[in-house]
Design a binder for this molecule. Structure first.
Ligand SMILES: NC(=O)c1ccc[n+]([C@@H]2O[C@H](COP(=O)([O-])OP(=O)(O)OC[C@H]3O[C@@H](n4cnc5c(N)ncnc54)[C@H](OP(=O)(O)O)[C@@H]3O)[C@@H](O)[C@H]2O)c1
Length: 266
């Protein structure tokens, strides 16, 4: 496809998530400009500064922190035209709030994660006007991985906890297992790669909650080594710890939108 026919995309904010969205697939299929906190716009494909911008973007991704948007989001109105579809990746900020601040109704909310770089994001999407979810948008978002459409805006808050923040929780838990295993077998320098491989192997053979339950039972023979460990892990109420971790992230996502309103009324 020639460069001129490719959709024009503006990233507002170019931090961790923005950089994770830059998969090779995305770079090949769209022309991307990125705006930073110093109001400088860069052409990401050509790696050069843009001196005069045209507000002819097909898509604008909101990739700033929620607080930046709540306090100074109206400064971004000038980058929108009537044709522009705004795609908010921000946690917590409601569609109605974005509509008011940007004075536009052409807005969808998505919740991707940093694995978009390898086309492995399970991106949740919510919009009021279903007509906005056309084939062009599906094609654009499929550059990140799979797309999961949700009907209720609150489902984006659950997705924020489980799929947005979840990769960090999972990485933390796996790392605890890796570090604890190494500590246990300290004199023998257990290989980290082997431990990571162990996680992959367990997941490769078990791909449902029931399979995982059966897997645990099949290894836990009576009075055996696994049962000794499993009994202990169960007694420590790990279910509550994991549930509360997810709940805290969900509650945080839910409170973000009202933060500016609260500040105003103080
Ligand atoms: N990180 C994730 O895994 C993840 C996942 C899902 C959703 N999100 C959402 O994605 C958004 C960005 O998160 P992040 O982790 O990428 O944050 P981040 O790394 O802090 O990036 C935010 C970026 O916004 C820029 N910025 C600040 N003020 C600006 C302005 N006035 N105009 C233009 N750019 C401005 C910052 O530039 P400077 O560096 O110059 O200050 C920075 O590059 C958040 O709303 C978050 O809720 C993140």
């Amino acid at each position: 496809m020639s460069a001129t026919l490719k959709p024009k995309v503006l990233f507002i904010g170019f931090g961790h998530l923005a950089k994770s969205l830059l998969s090779k697939k995305l770079l090949n299929s769209v022309n991307i400009h990125a705006l930073n906190s110093k109001s400088v716009i860069k052409n990401i494909n050509l790696k050069k500064k843009i001196l005069n911008f045209n507000n002819d973007y097909n898509y604008i991704f909101l990739l700033i922190r929620p607080n930046t948007f709540l306090t100074s989001g109206n400064q971004f109105q000038k980058y929108l035209s009537k044709e522009t579809l705004v795609i908010s990746c921000m946690a917590g900020i409601k569609l109605s709030t974005i509509e008011k601040i940007l004075k536009s109704k052409k807005i969808v909310r998505i919740m991707p994660n940093v694995m978009a770089l390898n086309n492995k994001s399970q991106t949740h999407i919510y919009m009021k006007n279903k007509n906005l979810f056309d084939n062009k948008l599906k094609k654009l978002l499929s550059n990140f991985g799979t797309i999961i459409s949700v009907r209720n805006e609150d489902q984006i808050n659950f997705a924020t906890s489980v799929f947005g923040s979840g990769p960090a929780f999972i990485a933390y838990i796996i790392n605890i297992f890796v570090k604890a295993s190494k500590k246990l077998a300290k004199p023998y320098n257990m290989n980290e790669k082997d431990l990571i491989e162990l996680f992959k192997n367990v997941l490769e053979t078990n791909y449902s909650s029931k399979m995982l339950d059966d897997f645990v039972s099949s290894i836990s023979s009576k009075k055996g080594t696994t049962q000794a460990g499993v009994n202990y892990i169960k007694s420590q109420n790990i279910e509550k710890i994991i549930y509360t971790t997810l709940l805290k992230a969900y509650k945080r996502a839910k409170e973000i939108d009202s933060e500016k309103k609260n500040t105003k009324s103080q």
